[in-house]
Structure formats: C-alpha cells, structure tokens
Write a protein that binds this ligand. Structure first.
Ligand SMILES: Nc1ncnc2c1ncn2[C@@H]1O[C@H](COP(=O)(O)OP(=O)(O)OP(=O)(O)O)[C@@H](O)[C@H]1O
Ligand SMILES: [Mg+2]
Length: 353
C-alpha cells in the first residue's frame, strides 16, 4: 500500500515544538512533503535558524514517522527556518522582524562585545542580522568589526550600512573623525538615533541588534519610547557592583512608562579560562551573580561567557572569535537561547492574536 501525505502529517502531529507547546502541524511548520517508494522528505520550518533544539526536533520527526507510518521508511526532514516577528507598527524599520537592545546599567561589562558576537553567531546560523551602535558618545562597534575609517555610501538619499561578514553595521563612528569626542547635547544624540532608524537602508533583517551605551539615561529613554524594540538583554559581570547597576537597567525596562520586554540576563566574564588550559575555570569576579540576578527578576539566564584572551584580542583586532572553541561555543549557546526567547515571545503574541 502506498503512503500518503496525510499519514505523514498525522505522524508529525505527534511532535511538539517544546517552546511553543503545540505540534508542528498545528504550527504550520511542515511543508513540501515528497514521498517516493520508501523515501519520505519534508521541510520543517523552525522559528529561527539558531534554534538550539534543531537536532532534537529533527530526530523526533524521524521517530514519529517511523513509529506511526512504517518502520522501514527512509525519513529525511529538511530543517529550514523563517524568523517570526510580533512587531505591529511598521512605520519605522518596516522589514526588520526583531529589534533587540543590548543593555547594562554599568560601563565596561562587555555589552558591545556581547552585541557583536551575538550578531556573528546569529549570522553564522543563517539569520539576516544588523548591528546599530546606539552608543553615540563612545562608539566601539567600528573597532569591533574592523571597520574603522570606512565611510558608508548613500542610495536614494539614505545611508547604506557597511557590512562585515554579511552583517549590516551602522555607527556614528563612521561619520565623525576617529578619536574626536562627540559633544552633542542629549536631544541631538537622541535625534541621531532616530535618524539611524529612519534614514538608513536596513532592508530585510531577522534581527537588528542595538548596542546601547552604559547607564540609564536620555538615549535609553529615546530608544525605549521611539524605537520599536522587541525586547532587551541585560549584560552583567558576576560581582556585586555590576549586579546593582544592572538592577537599575532592569527596573528601567520594567517601568510601566517604558515597558520593554526583557529576554534575559547574560553573565559576561563569568570565569577565566587560560589559553593553554581550556578545561580550567577561575572565578575571578565571584560565582553565580548572573544567575542570582536572573532569578531575582524571574528572567532566564541566557548565557555565561568566559573571560578569554581571544575575545579581547578578537575585539581589538575586529575579528570573529571563532578561532577559540570555548568562547565561540558560549556565544553560539547565547544566540540560540536568545533566539529561542524571541521566538517564544513572538509565538505567544501570534497565538493570542
Ligand atoms: N568575555 C570576555 N573576555 C575577555 N575580554 C572581554 C570579554 N568581554 C569583553 N571583554 C573586553 O572588555 C573590554 C570592555 O568590553 P566592551 O567594550 O564590550 O564593554 P562595554 O560594556 O560595551 O563598555 P562601554 O560601557 O564602554 O560601552 C574590551 O576590551 C573587551 O575586549
Ligand atoms: Mg560599549
């Protein structure tokens, strides 16, 4: 007896997306079923290419088809993705699906480094990514991407972002002379940020990452009120002083007048791992601070990034950190967890619509 698409769909209706807690068929994730003799192929459209549960879902699909249809089938799920969005007002950044702000109450905890490596990991997974340097007074994005001294062009009166490994990048640092301090007052800085939203050809993006300046000042308010931010992530280091400042940032986002969702906490510089001892962990700044902060506000801890020389070196040289397995892995996990939280938020909004 020949096998039908209905049988395959019935089998796959027993596989749930573990985050959205509905089955793949109800979620419309199964497409292009092809059956030829004993070979079954179909696409599984995930909500993000960085999905940390990709392998698990793939195996579950194979097992379900074999179990419910026939054991001797040759099952080939093709894992694809289409990043979801819950943005409704699309006057600004019309083709950007998710805008994510990377923040911290404290300076120097590694926001920019996290923003850049998060962007790289998402792009490595296959997502379309942009990075906007919202740190008007201390832009470090040009250096981190190795784009210092480059000038963006213009098309149709709008700025074209520079690109680095396929990531679209915009920073005030591209427009002012290197090393010159920017002495604008708050309103000018805020209007520069607004222009970076409206007067730049960002095009189609799955994720636009905003690297925020330290603190909880004017720029943060402008961004929270005028930029359609999908959500934020808060970066801290493990020690008490950083945690105290991060609480301020979290409370700012939670303030009902600001009301920016928080996807979770990232602990940076969690432990030190020497170059020649990749299995050793030294907790220089204490242990577990990020987890404590996350628990206190009932937020997920999205990742723990070790302190490794290669991250600092890569940052200074504007290169990717993929040459260091320890840190590349930590960023990959972080990107997966963040993309997952974004997909959960988008899933919840679309299901409640
Ligand atoms: N995990 C890490 N391991 C080693 N060095 C790191 C790590 N994270 C960040 N750094 C280094 O720490 C310094 C500060 O990082 P970064 O500029 O990203 O912080 P920031 O929070 O954005 O600072 P600011 O508040 O000034 O914007 C940089 O020299 C960076 O290379
Ligand atoms: Mg920074």
């Amino acid at each position: 007896m020949s096998i039908t698409s209905e049988q395959i769909l019935h089998a796959l209706s027993h596989v749930d997306d573990p985050d959205l807690k509905k089955d793949l068929v109800t979620l419309n994730m199964i497409q292009n079923i092809e059956i030829e003799d004993k070979t079954v192929k179909f696409d599984v459209e995930l909500t993000t290419p960085a999905c940390p549960m990709k392998d698990m879902i793939q195996n579950a699909c194979v097992n379900a088809v074999k179990h419910f249809v026939a054991k001797d089938l040759d099952v080939h799920p093709n894992m694809t993705s289409k990043v979801t969005s819950s943005r409704e007002v699309k006057e600004v950044l019309p083709d950007v699906k998710n805008v994510i702000a990377v923040a911290s109450g404290k300076g120097g905890v590694g926001k920019s480094t996290v923003a850049v490596n998060l962007a790289r990991s998402l792009a490595d997974a296959g997502a379309k990514v942009g990075v906007l340097d919202a740190d008007i007074y201390g832009p470090s994005i040009p250096t981190l991407f190795g784009l210092q001294g480059r000038k963006p062009g213009q098309v149709d009166g709008k700025m074209e972002p520079l690109t680095s490994d396929g990531i679209k990048v915009v920073s005030i640092g591209f427009l002012v002379e290197e090393g010159r301090a920017i002495v604008w007052r708050g309103p000018m800085a805020s209007s520069a940020i607004k222009q970076f939203m409206t007067d730049v050809n960002w095009g189609d993006l799955d994720y636009l990452i905003l690297d925020l300046p330290p603190g909880t000042g004017d720029i943060h308010l402008t961004i929270a009120q005028q930029v359609p931010v999908t959500g934020s992530i808060v970066v801290t280091t493990p020690q008490e002083v950083a945690l105290a400042d991060c609480k301020k940032a979290i409370n700012m986002f939670l303030n009902p007048n600001i009301n920016v969702p928080i996807f979770g906490v990232v602990e940076n510089m969690s432990y030190f791992t020497p170059k020649d001892m990749p299995d050793k962990k030294y907790y220089l700044f204490g242990k577990g601070g990020g987890k404590q902060l996350a628990d206190q506000f009932d937020l997920p801890l999205l990742g723990e990034i070790p302190m490794v020389e290669a991250i600092r070196e890569a940052g200074d040289e504007g290169k990717a950190v993929s040459h260091n397995a320890v840190s590349a892995d930590a960023y990959k996990k972080l990107a997966g967890e963040m993309a997952r939280q974004v997909a959960i938020k988008n899933g919840v909004s679309s299901l409640s619509n």
